[in-house]
Design a protein around this ligand. Structure first.
Ligand code: FRU
Length: 502
């Protein structure tokens, strides 16, 4: 263990002080989320170190504790017993050593011999161009209690990337898992001529690492860099998740600055190669990046992602915070594709149930007792002969605000449109969606400044940040011809992420 001079501890204390000063004013912002994880103050990006340790779930995140903009990265930390009710913990990692002086970048966590280990990327800028002048190494920190971490004296444990067609500097975001006698990690990388790829390493003790192979790489159509890889085995499939930077839009796909998705296949642990199928998105909305997964107490695969997008406008920055996580989603496999479902535990937050059945709608319809800004809404719509139908949430007629969800029957597309959502970024995203028995099933999660739509039992998901006025609470259904609202269930959802630091 190092930190002889207490540099790491001091850096954490100073950062905690900085956050502490802003927590109260941040908590007064209307857009603060009720049941989504965000920082007590200032900036967050990727989920890191999502893990189960001594019966509790830990989620760390990329954090800049001095501003609502990205900067030298720390690791913020929350923990939970049930993945629903979270508590804030002290900052876990701060840049304090030569090898991580400009940031403790993304990484993951694993339990070994009763200790919690974090494997993360130490980032050092070697010149003014952040794209070229950087040195990235992989470093290990360890904790007995899952709260206070020490960086080990052998750091960095992977001091440089392998030889071959591997970019020497863009080398980051290790994701750990155990398989038989070895620990493995995948690392985000790119080739020398800028095609995204993922590297596979193995170790017996987490300290000495052996490069096995390039696990998978872009053949030219999947971007210039793959960030934040994740790998797991689920229902007889090997899944590689990655976040490709720089994919070009194709038709309705890939309109966000960067993408997040997966390929499905079979890993040969000896050669280190993944034989896999096509790239699929994990979310079709605006704000979803760098997802990370872990296996929970029940053996389920749970995913959380950063519910934001690089370079997107974030109006909450005016109020000294930025970014949030998606709700935890359970991944299951259906027809070799991933479905993402809200974890059932989230139902603990439900209250004030309102239900309607078999209501015919043509034109526009508003239910007097359906409204809100922190709720789950489940709807099953029988399309009958309608060509366009859907609903509007976070509506205020007087302010001309609405967030639109519309199904186009001829194109089989569901559109999420935030042009009139309020403040913040605008635009529309589309997902290909089929009707089953002529029906569309949606579960919509609204929090104060977010929307997540789970379509047809998790076949597709669309997530976005939206920034409506607090008056914008109405819900409307609409259709060009008659539709039947077979079922509507709405529950308000309680707060489960506290405002305060401890
Ligand atoms: C992804 C990412 C990672 C990096 C981290 C830095 O969003 O760019 O590749 O480790 O953010 O905060």
């Amino acid at each position: 263990m190092i930190d002889k001079n207490g540099l790491h501890e001091k850096a954490i204390d100073l950062a905690m002080h900085s956050i502490g000063e802003k927590t109260k004013s941040v908590s007064e912002d209307y857009w603060r989320l009720n049941y989504h994880i965000s920082t007590p103050a200032f900036w967050m990006n990727d989920p890191n170190g999502f893990s189960l340790f001594k019966g509790e779930y830990h989620l760390f995140y990329q954090h800049h504790p001095y501003s609502s903009k990205w900067g030298p990265m720390f690791w913020g930390h929350v923990k939970s017993e049930d993945l629903v009710f979270w508590e804030h913990c002290p900052i876990a990692l701060a840049p304090s050593e030569k090898y991580d002086q400009d940031g403790c970048f993304s990484g993951s966590a694993i339990e070994k011999d009763g200790l919690l280990y974090l494997l993360y990327t130490g980032n050092v800028w070697t010149g003014p161009d952040y794209d070229k002048d950087l040195k990235q190494t992989q470093c290990l920190a360890v904790s007995k209690d899952g709260v206070y971490f020490n960086k080990i004296s052998e750091n960095p444990v992977i001091a440089s990337g392998p030889n071959g067609d591997v970019h020497p500097h863009h080398f980051r975001d290790p994701k750990l898992w155990k398989h038989k006698d070895y620990y493995y990690c995948v690392l985000g990388s790119r080739t020398l001529d800028h095609h995204g790829q993922v590297l596979l390493y193995r170790s017996v003790d987490l300290k000495t690492w052996e490069f096995i192979n390039v696990m998978a790489k872009s053949q030219g159509d999947l971007g210039y860099m793959w960030e934040c890889p994740d790998f797991f085995h689920l229902e007889n499939q090997d899944i590689l998740i990655m976040s490709p930077q720089g994919m070009e839009p194709v038709d309705y796909l890939y309109h966000n600055l960067h993408q997040a998705g997966y390929v499905n296949g079979k890993l040969n642990y000896e050669t280190g190669e993944l034989n896999h199928g096509d790239f699929e998105l994990l979310d079709y909305g605006f704000d979803f990046y760098a997802p990370q997964t872990m296996e929970d107490k029940k053996g389920r695969r749970i995913m959380v992602a950063w519910m934001a997008m690089w370079e997107s406008e974030m109006p909450e920055q005016q109020h000294n915070w930025a970014g949030a996580m998606t709700i935890p989603r359970q991944l299951i496999i259906h027809d070799k594709k991933i479905k993402s479902l809200p974890i059932p535990e989230i139902e603990k937050l439900r209250k004030d149930h309102v239900m309607y059945q078999n209501i015919m709608v043509q034109g526009e319809h508003k239910f007097a007792d359906l409204s809100g800004d922190s709720y789950e809404l489940e709807v099953i719509i029988d399309a009958q002969d309608a060509l366009f139908f859907g609903l509007k949430v976070r509506v205020c007629e007087e302010l001309n605000q609405e967030t639109l969800i519309v199904y186009d029957r001829l194109k089989n597309m569901l559109e999420l449109n935030r042009d009139r959502s309020g403040n913040g970024p605008k635009g529309s995203r589309k997902a290909p969606v089929k009707l089953y028995n002529n029906k569309l099933h949606l579960r919509i999660f609204i929090d104060k400044s977010s929307i997540e739509i789970f379509i047809n039992n998790g076949e597709k998901v669309m997530s976005a940040r939206i920034y409506p006025n607090q008056k914008s609470k109405d819900i409307y259904f609409f259709s060009d011809r008659e539709i039947q609202l077979k079922e509507i269930n709405k529950w308000n959802l309680e707060k489960s992420v506290p405002i305060s630091l401890f």
